[in-house]
Ligand binder design. Structure first.
Ligand SMILES: [Zn+2]
Length: 386
């Protein structure tokens, strides 16, 4: 009753065959996560596991599954159902092929390989019937765009002592990653005919010192602030718009700034620091926090990480490595909701690229290690924080 190679490969192939392009990212390509969620529900039910969908936005569901005994929820195995688009791909996106141990297709690596691994792990745990508490499977929509699926899941299912998200990490455990803040700056001018310099004032010219101040701050201050395993803090002027025509003084200029944050930074201090720089450079500018996501900071000596490392000793030829990730991921949503989380997933290549493949052996290893970790955490439920 261990991981079944043929069963896992079949499942992975079916997942790739069922397109699930995020419609907000690529509206022109059509479709969404519904069909692949339906497939996964049927597959899990066919393996005796209670599974259902939960609609997050019209027609776009999460999939939740649960198995085990009457005890509380232990490990949550999570992944995302959506993929990026397929325009420009040079391998067939939805006709998976197996070459050696590589399975090709859109989403194979990011992250239907990880989803297949966790579905197989659920099937194995179901067959064994070894759990006294519960294991949940959370297969989420919209990770590639706004993470609405993760937000919806933790709002409705805050239970769980630990979470693994099978983002493709090359079989490394990622316990820390960065967060981000999106900030809007608006400067105001005075609209006038382009010939009337006595009246007109350009909002765009007023934005100049703001951009300059932020750029200097980025290069001289933020790059000196670091965190183990991660690159330095940073910000950049990402989007700018303003002006109505070449013969008119610009009445408004709008800038969007992205600031990438490190674990341990106080989010309100991060915002205030940026806002005060802007106000110094342009005293009458409006500054507003548009959106933010927090960094991930799961301790390396946490029970979850230690359990995964010891599972690695049984299933991998090399010791499991730990590393930080520069990007933001759904892991932080779980962590913020009180479920300590790490990323841990397959080997391969080509997330968001023309050629995408996942290494089948790594899919099987992730499945086996998820089974081991679920059972270990179930045997010795975590006391207090991980
Ligand atoms: Zn992903």
């Amino acid at each position: 009753m261990s991981v079944d190679r043929a069963e896992t490969l079949d499942c992975l192939r079916d997942l790739i065959k069922t397109p699930s392009i995020n419609p907000d990212l690529n509206p022109q390509e059509g479709g969404n996560e519904a069909a692949v969620a339906r497939y996964a529900v049927e597959w899990l039910r066919g393996h005796g596991i209670t599974a259902w969908t939960e609609e997050v936005t019209p027609g776009r569901p999460n999939l939740v599954a649960e198995l085990g005994g009457p005890g509380p929820v232990g490990l949550v195995l999570a992944g995302h159902l959506d993929t990026v688009g397929v325009v420009g791909m040079t391998v067939p996106p939805f006709e998976p092929t197996l070459e050696g141990t590589r399975v090709y297709g859109r989403g194979a690596y990011d992250m239907k390989g990880g989803v297949a691994a966790f579905m197989e792990a659920a099937a194995v745990l179901g067959r064994r019937g070894s759990l006294s508490g519960k294991v949940r499977l959370a297969l989420l929509m919209d990770e590639e765009y706004r993470s609405l699926g993760a937000d919806h899941y933790v709002a409705h299912h805050p239970e769980g002592t630990a979470c693994i998200i099978a983002e493709p990490t090359e079989l490394a455990v990622v316990p820390v990653h960065k967060g981000f803040q999106w900030v809007e700056v608006i400067t105001h001018g005075r609209q006038a005919h382009g010939s009337l310099w006595e009246v007109g004032e350009s909002a765009i010219a007023k934005m100049g010192p703001v951009i300059q101040a932020l750029d200097v701050f980025d290069r001289t201050v933020l790059r000196t602030r670091t965190y183990p395993g991660l690159s330095a803090e940073s910000l950049h002027a990402a989007v700018i718009e303003g002006g109505r025509g070449i013969s008119t003084y610009a009445v408004e200029c709008r800038l969007e700034v992205e600031r990438r944050t490190l674990p341990g930074e106080d989010p309100s201090a991060v915002y205030e620091e940026l806002a005060s720089l802007v106000r110094e450079a342009a005293p009458d500018a409006d500054v507003r926090l548009l959106f933010q996501r927090f960094p991930l900071q799961t301790p390396e000596d946490s029970r979850l990480v230690r359990t995964l490392v010891s599972a690695g000793e049984r299933h991998l030829s090399e010791p499991l490595t730990l590393r930080g990730a520069p990007h933001w991921a759904d892991t932080a949503v779980f962590s913020q909701a009180g479920i300590p989380a790490v990323e841990f997933g397959c080997r391969g290549e080509g997330a968001h690229a023309e050629v995408e493949w996942v290494d089948l052996d790594s899919v099987l290893a992730v499945a086996a290690m998820a089974v081991d970790t679920a059972e270990a955490l179930d045997r010795e439920p975590v006391q207090g924080s991980l």
